[in-house]
Design a binder for this molecule. Structure first.
Ligand SMILES: [Zn+2]
Length: 385
């Protein structure tokens, strides 16, 4: 991902790390160890899905797009309560298998129950778990959310204030100050729906009613009269370790703000399409120097957990964007969002987490060809030969 594709290439691996990458005819001159010949497959780094909620997998195909974001949220809350812990965990286990089949190796999972923690601990994935906090009245103490850990070291444990409209301003700031001290990324849904824009502008609309219905309304809250991005900037929570998920409803000024703070956008286009909220302005984000990563969001607003499908959706929506950008979003830029210099590409020093794809895609314009042609993952390699 840091150089052009190599035809008839070879990757030299030692102790699970990539040592060298180059044309086979050059690497074979000095190499005498064991070789695996993948013939005419295409070798890629594993993909990043940095925004999903595996604990919602049980809702797959159970919610329909209603045309109203808040109706969908209400249906989600209602439906979710119908399932047992066992059913929820079983669906999440299936979802993890699906992520694996889709070539995803690095996962950013969000959860407000902790139900997926034991599953992630046992899984072969690398990534981060964001404990999601929903508390508009700001009643909870932060220490109540700091109970997870990953003894195997492959996952980080961090926090995620759900949205600017479901967490109190003080609590959002407290969460950011904790993740900042810990040197961890923070993830937050930002500027997803028009309802969010309206609520932060003047405190009205369906979100106000929803908060009241849920007993979450805070009488002391004064709407900031700002866009979600401007509001988060004022709270002081935007920086290069803040992952802003969705960023659909944003102005040029918001894009400038995100860029100035070197924020990491995480785009989930197929979820946005499902919910009918529009698409993030990818070309403008790129022109502002932002490096978005990708997520699928949950199976409550998507029918797949495929990062290739997300790349293809954006590619078809924005044909003017260079095809290799979508692959950077799915790999290297995801690694950068997590602050991991050992992931996201096939380069010396990287972990040897690779996919071998079978696809009719070939030739000079390989990235475009891969987006336009069917792909089948033939081999998952995390080599420790
Ligand atoms: Zn989400």
């Amino acid at each position: 991902m840091k150089a052009s594709p190599i035809e008839d290439g070879a990757v030299l691996v030692r102790g699970g790390r990539i040592v060298e990458v180059g044309p086979y005819r050059l690497l074979k001159k000095t190499f005498s160890g064991k070789t695996v010949d993948l013939s005419d497959l295409i070798l890629l780094p594993v993909l990043f899905n940095l925004h999903t909620h595996l604990e919602l997998s049980v809702l797959r195909f159970r919610l329909t797009p209603s045309g109203s974001f808040i109706s969908w949220v209400k249906a989600l809350i209602r439906k979710r309560a119908e399932f047992s812990i066992e059913e929820t965990q079983k669906a999440a286990t299936q979802a993890l298998k699906e992520l694996w089949r889709e070539g995803i190796g690095i996962v950013g999972d969000i959860g407000n129950t902790g139900l997926t923690l034991p599953l992630l601990r046992e899984s072969p994935f690398i990534g981060i778990y964001f404990r999601e906090i929903i508390d508009f009245r700001g009643k909870n103490e932060l220490k109540n959310f700091l109970k997870g850990s990953f003894p195997n070291g492959r996952f980080l444990y961090s926090l995620s204030p759900h949205t600017p409209y479901t967490v109190s301003p003080l609590l959002i700031q407290a969460i950011k100050s904790w993740t900042r001290r810990a040197g961890l990324p923070l993830s937050i849904h930002v500027a997803e729906s028009p309802e969010e824009i309206l609520f932060l502008k003047d405190g009205s609309g369906p979100i106000r009613f929803l908060l009241e219905e849920r007993g979450q309304w805070h009488a002391g809250f004064r709407a900031p009269g700002l866009s979600p991005v401007a509001y988060l900037e004022r709270l002081g929570v935007l920086d290069e370790k803040t992952i802003c998920v969705h960023v659909v409803q944003i102005s040029d000024q918001d894009i400038e703000t995100l860029s100035r703070h070197r924020v990491r956008p995480c785009l989930c286009p197929r979820s946005n399409i499902f919910l009918g909220v529009g698409l993030p302005p990818l070309p403008k984000l790129l022109r502002a120097g932002l490096k978005p990563c990708l997520g699928t969001d949950s199976l409550a607003s998507n029918d797949r957990l495929s990062i290739f499908a997300e790349m293809e959706a954006l590619y078809h929506a924005y044909p003017e964007v260079s095809p290799e950008i979508f692959f950077l979003m799915a790999t290297l830029w995801g690694a950068e969002a997590l602050g991991r210099s050992d992931l996201g590409g096939l380069f010396p020093g990287a972990r040897a987490e690779m996919l071998a794809l079978r696809s009719p895609a070939t030739g000079k314009d390989l990235y475009r060809s891969l987006l336009e042609n069917p792909k089948k993952i033939e081999v998952r390699l995390y080599v420790d030969l």
